[in-house]
Ligand binder design. Structure first.
Ligand code: NAD
Ligand code: DAU
Length: 348
């Protein structure tokens, strides 16, 4: 392979993936295609923007003509598709944006790849990055496997589920060489502060209320974002055509326990008295349709391709907290303007 198009490369996970590919594969040309929505930020890629094997194209995956033009110019051999509307709470207030980008945008991209490659698909690959939320919600026991029935329950997860179905349909119908992964919650640097961990770190620093939804006993399986990027790298290069791989951290936390742990880490780093930030925790109205528990069984990926997460939770959470303290400028820039309006609307 020589040219790889990564969509959504200016976002949270995408920027880690672009950086990894630019640095690890100097013989590939990496084209980052991103519309730069509120969640996309080229500052996330400052350290690689002048690399000789990196290109940026500002384009919207909802625009098939723009995609055709970029595919014709770069002739990519591989596509890794991350561009999406990614926040569940926003999908509840504006579902159509999720249909347009996550469903129609994905089909536009499938068409662009199909139009370029035709039947000459030897050495080509279309990788669709998806989420564990397509499987719905677990009770106290059990894990999501690749065979778990789809049961999406938010407009976000329904749109991702629809996109997954389209990707598999293009494999079966047109023999497009696809591969998919469904991953659990990521955390780490450059995470937009609408999501739980960066929002809590920001508010702890600013001594603002820490809004915990419902009873706080909702559970997520947290994965260090660079481990997700390494899993995508492994699956992109070694995964079998037409297959799906679950990716997870084997790292379940109830939200309230996680928020308390973040409070304690931040108190230590900021030199505050122990327990000071826990006093900011405020239970607020629950998210409608809130999934109770996610947990991933990633044994297929481990047994077949040998991938495992490299970083443990305590180390990852501490690294993340330190990054947000050391990168206050970034945090201030991404949370000005539109973010303020969103925060006001969401938290009142
Ligand atoms: P993000 O919101 O941080 O970034 C999304 C990126 O996509 C942004 O750079 C944005 O500008 C771009 N984008 C949005 N709409 C676009 C459009 N119409 N055209 C072109 N670009 C557009 O998202 P993220 O958290 O990095 O998630 C990336 C992918 O990984 C998504 O597909 C998401 O569903 C999936 N995923 C995320 C997680 C997680 O925990 N964050 C877990 C599993 C899977
Ligand atoms: O599981 C993978 C998914 O993880 C990804 O597909 C999504 O793109 C990503 O946003 C994430 O979805 P969640 O809804 O799990 O993440 P979020 O950070 O929004 O919320 C995590 C948990 O914390 C969830 O139970 C809701 C709760 N929460 C969230 C916020 C923003 C709160 O209690 N308070 C909050 O203010």
């Amino acid at each position: 392979m020589s040219t790889i198009l990564i969509t959504g490369g200016a976002g949270f996970i995408g920027s880690h993936l672009v950086r990894r590919f630019v640095q690890h594969y100097p013989h590939y040309t990496i084209v980052n295609l991103d519309a730069l929505t509120y969640a996309g930020n080229l500052e996330n890629l400052r350290d690689v923007e002048h690399a000789p094997n990196y290109r940026f194209e500002r384009a919207d995956i909802r625009d098939p003509q723009a995609l055709a033009d970029i595919f014709n110019r770069y002739q990519p051999d591989g596509v890794i598709h991350l561009a999406a509307e990614s926040h569940v709470d926003r999908s509840i207030s504006n579902p159509m944006a999720f249909v347009e980008t996550n469903v129609i945008g994905t089909v536009n991209l499938l068409n662009a790849a199909r139009n370029l490659w035709g039947s000459a698909t030897e050495g080509k690959r279309f990788y669709h990055v998806s989420t564990d939320e397509v499987y719905g919600s677990l009770g106290e026991e059990g894990f999501f496997t690749e065979e778990t029935r789809y049961d999406p329950r938010s407009p976000y997860s329904a749109s991702k589920a629809a996109s997954d179905h389209f990707v598999r349909a293009y494999f079966h119908t047109y023999d497009l060489p696809v591969v998919l992964s469904n991953c659990s919650n990521n955390y780490g640097p450059y995470h937009f502060p609408e999501k739980l961990i960066p929002l809590m770190l920001k508010n702890i620093r600013e001594e603002k209320p820490l809004p915990v939804y419902g009873d706080g006993k909702y559970t997520r399986d947290w994965l260090w974002v660079k481990d997700h990027a390494s899993a995508i790298d492994t699956i992109f290069h070694k995964g079998r055509k037409g297959e799906t791989y679950n990716i997870g951290g084997n790292n379940e936390w109830k939200n309230i326990d996680l928020v308390e742990a973040l409070c304690d880490i931040m108190d230590g780093l900021l030199g505050r008295e122990p327990g000071a930030s826990r006093r900011l925790i405020t239970f607020v109205k629950d998210r409608p349709g809130h999934d109770r528990r996610y947990a991933i069984d990633a044994s297929k990926l481990k047994n077949e391709l040998g991938w495992q997460p490299a970083i443990q939770a305590e180390e990852g959470f501490r690294e993340t907290a330190k990054w947000y303290l050391e990168n206050e400028e970034w945090l201030l820039r991404v949370s000005s303007g539109e973010y303020q309006r969103y925060y006001e609307q969401q938290y009142g």
